[in-house]
Write a protein that binds this ligand. Structure first.
Ligand code: NAD
Length: 492
């Protein structure tokens, strides 16, 4: 087949990583990746069809059933994973730069989450699996029972565009450690950086079929979810897609973890230190230009110091530097796509037409006509029932809602269908922990919010099912099996 490419784009990648090789697509669909800050084409990626997914799943199945990966010792698997980590680390700078160009992520953040974190996760799960006994023997009425942890099987991993490398590795690393084989389907918007994982896997000597990568859109994603030879789906993306995927996995009795959307609250208590709060706002509420599932885009402010908090948040938003995400001085890059820009501007219009008060921002920044930029925007006096306070905007748009007393703050924080991130700001850490314990959410910070890759991460309510990260995530990729043996000897 012939894939149409943009002239002069050395980043074009038109084959898929299947069974240890770069193979030609079965179909002819392509996606032109466009640099978010300039709207200039970056490269063309082939997009897979159900037939490409089928080839990738069959390769993963063969590697699981006939290959050695699931039966190697954990020490051998860990050694391959460490080589994979080294190969990714060697590419870290190029990878994080590419992601920033694709999706607008400020380069410092991209260095951490797309450059360093994937290699770090491979190292972490290599260490964890080596330390985990996969078999134990316990006495039973008939003699002994051998309790084993076995790989769950072939994993279909589906990822979004906002943190493409780390979100992929949050699935791939524990899956590989557990002895599973994987078909990864990255999002079209960040297809180009997805190929880096294939290059690194080849360099590391990952056995054929253990990791397969097909860049594709929703339909091919749905084909992966329902493929009869897949055992588990690990999905990160919108709640709307998660509902469809969860329903299909339920029908098939297929294991699945769902990491979905959020609308998290930053609860500022009446004793908060405003300097600490403002210093944490970038990570807590504006991280990745607001294109982060955990952003605390609803700020709950006590009436006793409401005006000071509104001024502080607006001051922070005005002080942000909007521009090219590759410039280390920039704190707010562009939206990842035209569609994402339109979505965010649509929500800003909703806010302007509501009873809320626009305090700063409210449109596209002057002088940045090319690139999908949005001004950091703050609405105050927002009723928590308003759509801008209830729906995930996924851009640098903040709402501020007043409250009276900690009980009302907790009630408002929980007055959402989501439960993913959150934060509490106070000079009394014990009081902060008490409030944090009452918020129905998967992660929450006290005077600080930054994801801890060593602790379980995920959502309550419509933010998802299951947890990734931390040692706990290994359980997503392991099945228990009990073998009833008659020999009492085993019980030693
Ligand atoms: P999306 O749901 O549109 O797409 C995510 C991925 O799923 C893409 O690869 C897409 O091709 C695929 N997909 C979409 N519909 C599918 C279907 N029916 N079957 C199979 N695959 C399908 O999400 P997006 O716009 O790419 O990402 C933004 C969303 O992701 C936000 O809602 C954000 O909150 C969420 N997110 C959640 C987390 C988390 O850890 N909870 C992390 C990052 C992003």
């Amino acid at each position: 087949m012939t894939v149409t490419t943009q002239p002069g784009t050395e980043l074009d990648r038109t084959r898929f990583f299947i069974d240890g090789h770069w193979v030609e697509p079965r179909g002819t669909d392509t996606h032109v990746a466009v640099e978010a800050a300039t709207e200039v084409p970056l490269g063309t990626a082939a997009l897979g069809t159900a037939a490409d997914i089928d080839a990738a799943v069959r390769a993963a199945r063969r590697a699981l059933d006939e290959g050695t990966w699931g039966r190697t010792t954990t020490t051998e698997r860990a050694a391959v994973m460490r080589r994979f980590a080294d190969a990714l680390a060697a590419r870290a700078e190029a990878t994080s730069t590419l992601v920033s160009r694709e999706n607008g992520m400020p380069i410092g953040l991209s260095n951490a989450f797309n450059g360093a974190a994937p290699a770090g996760l491979l190292q972490m799960y290599a260490d964890l699996i080596e330390a985990l006994p996969l078999e134990s023997v316990r006495p039973s009425p008939s003699g002994s029972t051998v309790v084993r942890r076995e790989p769950v099987g072939v994993v279909g991993a589906i990822t979004p565009w906002n943190y493409p490398q780390v979100l992929a590795m949050m699935k791939v690393a524990p899956a590989l450690a557990a002895g599973c084989t994987v078909v990864l389907k990255p999002s079209p918007e960040t297809a180009l950086d997805g190929y880096v994982l294939g290059d690194a896997a080849i360099e590391a000597g990952l056995p054929p079929g253990v990791l397969n990568i097909v860049m594709a859109g929703r339909e091919a994603g749905a084909a992966l979810v329902s493929h009869p030879l897949v055992d588990k789906i690990a999905f990160t993306g919108s709640t709307a897609a998660g509902r469809l995927i969860g329903a299909e996995c339920g029908r098939l009795i297929r294991r699945c973890t769902l990491e979905l959307g959020g609308k998290s609250a930053a609860v500022v208590l009446d004793d908060a230190d405003l300097d600490t709060f403002v210093a944490g706002l970038g990570d807590a509420s504006f991280q990745n230009n607001g294109q982060t599932c955990t952003v605390q885009s609803r700020i709950l402010a006590p009436r006793s110091c409401y005006d000071e908090i509104v001024d502080a948040v607006a001051g922070f938003a005005r002080s942000m530097t909007v521009g090219d995400p590759l410039d280390p001085a920039v704190t707010c890059g562009p939206m990842a796509s035209q569609a994402q820009l339109d979505r965010v501007l649509g929500y800003i219009d909703l806010g302007r037409n509501s009873a809320a008060r626009l305090v700063c921002g409210g449109g596209r920044p002057a002088g940045l006509d090319r690139g999908w930029f949005v001004e950091p925007t703050v609405f105050a006096d927002v009723d928590n029932a308003e759509r801008i306070a209830q729906e995930e905007i996924f851009g640098p748009v903040i709402t501020i809602t007043p409250y009276d007393g900690d009980d009302e703050a907790v009630r408002l924080a929980n007055d959402t269908e989501y439960g993913l991130g959150g934060s509490v700001w106070t000079t009394d850490e014990e009081r902060g922990l008490t409030v944090a314990r009452r918020v129905r959410t998967g992660t929450i910070g006290v005077n600080y919010y930054l994801q801890d890759l060593g602790a379980p991460f995920g959502g309550m309510k419509a933010s998802g099912i299951g947890r990734e990260l931390g040692p706990e995530a290994l359980d997503n990729y392991l099945e228990f099996k009990s073998i009833y043996a008659s020999s009492a000897q085993l019980a030693r």
